[in-house]
Ligand binder design. Structure first.
Ligand SMILES: *Cc1c(COP(=O)(O)O)cnc(C)c1O
Length: 465
């Protein structure tokens, strides 16, 4: 399988090369040159597979030259054995035609574990084979940091530096990162906001000369293709449980960077019958405005009760745009260059391509809290604020009716006790047993000024030999 850049001038890469990189050298994102697809007969046969077996079936074509079938199988079995539900991604019915797909049974209680636990193991195997070391550098406002550290903490060949805005992430989220320790793990609390952290990471990827010879940076945010790939699997898992290939389901996806829902779009292209994909956003609604009006326009960041969806631009949307423009890289390069200077409008043809599969709905904080409490009252089920946005969109929006709806439950409610309390429900979400001592463990992090030279000096000084 070859991977090509959405902007057309970077070299095509193999899976292994894509795994070890971030953005393409032309500023684009890597996508597979072509997708594997499954026939109705194959889907029927896949319907009985458990999660790891299904993951192996779906992911093997993407990695072909880099891992043998047996190697991949071992890695996948190990990856999903650390999840705390035997189904890995259990599907729970809440109402007629309304299901939630629980994606929070991994080590850090958010769906990001599905991809980052796998990514850590794929990287580890690749680096061992090549005898190389890499540096992971990422910025987080919440779930990515802990999931990335948890996924890579045992990899001797990876030094990991995660930047978070000092005093601006929740206690649970910070402690999930800072209580993991080891010689290769570095939490940097930056005296600035999330955008400052993100800007430093982006600039560091552009100019990696601060690193010693032989080391390079690997991205752990969802621009890394391997993350998207891993997320395709659970769309199939839920769809097959609900009757694919004979019945289509619709999915409502709490969306920030567009990585998770883009994986759903790929599942549809690979043969899974999908009736609709709902982009559920909070007040940071750049994609909802785009789908409503065709204008792709930045707005100031708003802080909401669903912090993992607080973004102003959804980077992975470029991967969809590539398809919306019939895979014409020069069209994407021109659009993205124009977007750097201001707002852009998509063509009529691109918009009608998008509307064929996607709907969108925006949910504000008051509606989020109302959804948490309504669902609790009606069903006794406790949604976290991100999942509540998805559920509200699936039930309130002008969604395709008559089809089963699956809301992706992206985080465990115990990660966001403040929002649960504000919703007024009588329930107090408790952390699962493996995290029950989270508030007793020692934290490890270094506070650094919002200064790139200082951060680079720190990183050089702390890189393992
Ligand atoms: C990251 C995250 C999202 C958003 O996912 P994207 O792939 O960025 O769209 C939604 N909910 C939770 C809990 C998350 O951690």
């Amino acid at each position: 399988m070859r991977y090509i850049s959405t902007r057309g001038t970077a070299p095509a890469l193999s899976f292994e090369e894509v795994l070890l990189t971030g953005l393409a050298s032309d500023g684009g994102l890597y996508v597979p040159e072509s997708l594997p697809s499954f026939s109705a007969e194959q889907l029927e046969e896949m319907a009985s597979l458990d999660y790891p077996s299904l993951a192996h079936r779906i992911l093997l074509p993407f990695v072909d030259e880099a891992f043998s079938s047996e190697e991949l199988r071992e890695i996948i079995d190990d990856t999903y054995s650390v999840f705390r539900h035997s189904a890995v991604a259990p599907l729970v019915q809440l109402e007629h035609n309304q299901w939630v797909l629980e994606l929070f049974h991994g080590p850090t209680l958010a769906f990001k574990d599905f991809a980052l636990q796998l990514l850590g193991r794929l990287l580890d195997a690749t680096l061992k084979r090549r005898g190389e070391k890499v540096v992971i550098m990422g910025a987080t406002s919440g779930d990515t940091g802990s999931a990335a550290i948890a996924g890579c903490q045992r990899c001797e060949n990876i030094d990991i530096f995660i930047l978070h805005p000092h005093n601006r992430v929740s206690d649970v989220q910070r402690r999930q990162m800072t209580t993991l320790s080891g010689p290769t793990i570095h939490n940097l609390a930056i005296e600035g906001n999330f955008d400052d952290c993100q800007a430093m990471v982006k600039a560091s990827f552009r100019d990696q000369s601060f690193l010693p010879d032989g080391r390079s940076l690997v991205a752990v945010n969802s621009i890394n293709w391997a993350r998207i790939m891993a997320q395709i699997v659970y769309y199939f898992y839920a769809g097959l449980a609900l009757g694919a290939p004979h019945r289509a389901a619709a999915y409502s996806v709490p969306t920030g960077n567009f990585g998770d829902i883009f994986a759903g779009y790929l599942a549809a292209k690979m043969g899974l019958p999908i009736a609709q994909l709902m982009i559920a956003t909070n007040r940071n609604d750049v994609l909802h405005r785009l789908l409503s009006s065709g204008d792709y326009a930045r707005q100031a960041l708003e802080h909401t009760l669903s912090p993992s969806m607080d973004i102003t631009v959804s980077s992975n949307f470029e991967r969809l745009m590539f398809d919306l423009y019939d895979r014409d890289p020069s069209a994407i390069a021109a659009l993205m260059a124009a977007f750097d200077d201001g707002d852009i409008a998509l063509s009529e043809a691109a918009m009608s391509n998008a509307r064929a599969m996607f709907a969108s709905h925006r949910v504000d904080d008051a509606e989020t809290l109302a959804c948490i409490s309504n669902v609790w009252e009606k069903t006794g089920y406790l949604l976290d604020p991100h999942s509540a946005i998805g559920y509200a969109a699936a039930t309130l929006a002008d969604a395709k009716s008559g089809v089963p709806w699956v809301t992706l439950a992206t985080a465990h409610p115990a990660k966001f006790p403040g929002a649960i309390e504000r919703s007024g429900v009588a329930a107090v979400p408790t952390l699962p047993a493996h995290l029950s001592d989270l508030f007793d463990l020692d934290e490890h992090f270094d506070v650094l000024p919002n200064d790139m030279a200082e951060v680079h000096r720190f990183m050089s000084a702390h890189l393992g030999a």
